[in-house]
Each structure stands twice: as structure tokens, then as C-alpha cells.
Design a protein around this ligand. Sequence first.
Ligand SMILES: Nc1ncnc2c1ncn2[C@@H]1O[C@H](COP(=O)(O)OP(=O)(O)O)[C@@H](O)[C@H]1O
Ligand SMILES: [Mg+2]
Length: 268
Amino acid sequence: MDKAMAQRQPDDQYAVRFEDIRKIYRMGGNEVRALDGVTAAFERGGFWAIMGPSGSGKSTMLNLLGCLDRPTSGKYFLNGQDISTLNDDDLSDIRLKYLGFIFQSFNLIPQLTVEENIALPLYYLGWPTAARLKRARELGELVGLSERLGHRPSELSGGQQQRVAIARALSNDPVFLLADEPTGNLDSRNSIEIIELLRSLNRDGKTIIMVTHEPDIAAHAQSRLVMRDGRIHDIVTDARLSGSSDYVTGGIKGKGSLAPQGQATQEG
Ligand SMILES: Nc1ncnc2c1ncn2[C@@H]1O[C@H](COP(=O)(O)OP(=O)(O)O)[C@@H](O)[C@H]1O
Ligand SMILES: [Mg+2]
């Protein structure tokens, strides 16, 4: 598995691809279709916002994208590799090596310094101390926290804490950044700063998938994928931001405006 993942398939233009993903919860005699046949392809270098009303399947989508859960059926391709049937150990390995998480509540370790927080995933990946602290300093600089590397999270503003979390999420150079309401705990000024940071990372090539219910925040993404009743209801791509209209393709009945999945690939 690991070797195949390491050999990134250059012909695969998608960071992530969902093929008819279903997540069904059975409670007593009832069935809840949290995801009810989602087909979506997230191209490398894209920036998406996943939106939708409460109960529409956003969290379920996030859990599957983040390899925190497995689908009931359907296929999940990460870097072109089908990972839908991996066991829990393999999935946690995938998360550590290939994904970067950003949470609403930052989830920093209070006892560790900024530098140590950023370097933590690299510790679990087995990097030697000097190498991981060097990388942590570089990432600290990238997110504008060079002067704060020795501070603890409690000594930082919310916006600064989220910068630390973003640097930490970047430490393993992930296939994509997965952000769960990244500005949900921030005031409007800090929210703008964080979304601008995400945009600049995206301009530098980082693929970002963000769940948010705030339209102002979602407006900064190139594509907004709207969930409803466990399905993709709509995908709106901002041509002005992306320069391309084929960032995501989804199986949406009765929507003529979206290219079918094969077509986007051919146009590549
Ligand atoms: N663990 C679970 N067990 C049973 N039903 C669940 C579970 N998680 C989510 N659901 C149901 O799946 C649907 C989608 O939920 P969710 O993905 O949390 O939506 P959202 O994040 O958009 O509010 C909802 O009807 C929810 O009640
Ligand atoms: Mg939710």
C-alpha cells in the first residue's frame, strides 16, 4: 500500500475522487442516508468550500475525506489510489502521512511551544529532532509567527493559534488541507487574515477543502459544493478566482451546466 502511495501517479489530476459514496446509518429499524451516492472529483490545486444546511451530510463528508471513517459503499481515491477498504490502522497511517487537518478550535497542545506544536506530526513520523525543528521554524515563518516560536498557545491570539494549526497541518506536506469551520472561533478581522492565508497557500499550489456554513468565508473558495439530503445539490465555481470551470464534477441529475466526469478528464 505504502509504496503505491509514495509513487504518486502523475496522470491522476485529482487529489481526491469519490465514486458513488454512500454512508448509511442503521438505527433500530431505521436507515439514515447521511451520504446517498456522492460522486465528486477534487482536482489538485483547487480550493473548495463544502456547504449546506444542518443534517445535509457535511460532517459525514468531512469524516470520509479525512479518512476518519469508511463509507458503507463506493470508492475513495486518494492520489489515484483506492483507499475505501483500508482498516483503521492503515487509515490512521494515511492521515498522518498524507493529510493536514485544521479545526475550528485549533486543537493545539497547551504544554508545547509554537515550534513544538508545529513539529508534532513530524515526531510521529519519526523525523529526527533537528530536522523537525528546522521544518517547524520554516513553517512558522511561512505563517508569520517567527517571533512567537517559543510561546505557548495561551499566549497567542485566536488568529495566531490558528496560524500555528495551519503550519502544523502543512508539516507533512499533505495531499490536501482539510479545514473544518477554520474561522468559526475567530472575530471578523482574524477570519479575514486566516482565509487570506489559506488563499495564499492555495495560490502556491496547496489543495484545500473547507467545510463552512458561512457564505462570506465560502466566497473565498474557487468552488462551492452545496450538500442537501446527503447528495451534492449544486456546485458553483467562480471562474474569476479559478480560471477554470471544471474543478469539481459531480453526478447531479437535471443540471446541464456541469461537465460529466469523463469530460473534465479529457479536457484536462
Ligand atoms: N453517527 C450517526 N448515527 C446516526 N445518524 C447519523 C450519524 N451521524 C450523522 N447522522 C445523520 O446523518 C445525517 C447527516 O449528518 P451530518 O453529516 O452530521 O450533517 P451536517 O454536518 O451537514 O449537519 C443527519 O441526518 C444525521 O442525523
Ligand atoms: Mg456537521
